[in-house]
Design a protein around this ligand. Sequence first.
Ligand SMILES: [Zn+2]
Ligand SMILES: [Zn+2]
Length: 189
Amino acid sequence: MRADPGNGSRAVRITGYRSKAVGAAVALVNAVADGTDGPDALRALLRDHDFFWQDFDPAEAGAYRAWGRTLRAFFTAEDPEAAVALLNELMLATPMHPHLAAHGGFGLHLHYAPPSASLAERFRATTLMQLSELLCEHGLSRTGVCAADGCDRVYADASRAGRRRFCSEACANRTNVAAFRARRRGPAG
Ligand SMILES: [Zn+2]
Ligand SMILES: [Zn+2]
């Protein structure tokens, strides 16, 4: 059986729609939207997505929250052109100094932030570059805002089929049940 790279196994994808950084961007945008963005939650979020190059500094919590609000615009972008404009603007404003690194069993890969960067700056650079790669490969077909009524959480589709529209199973089920009931009630209501 194929190991699921999304579950924290070593078969982690650095780039593409299964990238840990894309998942981290989604988790941060949703943590800010949910208000679950306290220092402990942010520390756990970073660790869960393999941002352990440096320790989380609670003094940077505000910088992560601001970045979560900024990145939301990527997931809500109306069309690829809007996403391109946003990412280009953000890349200009983010210190970058690409270099190769191999650590923690990940094999050779690119780091984008300057070696002296703080973890928050590193997080910014890496999420930006991975969302940019995603946009080049898949356009906006694998990211978006949850289709459930009243939910403004975002998602990135890491499935092979690529037909995801909801932030969670809970939202998918709730919407399916509502649609089923509406059909059963019929047009007479
Ligand atoms: Zn690395
Ligand atoms: Zn949802």
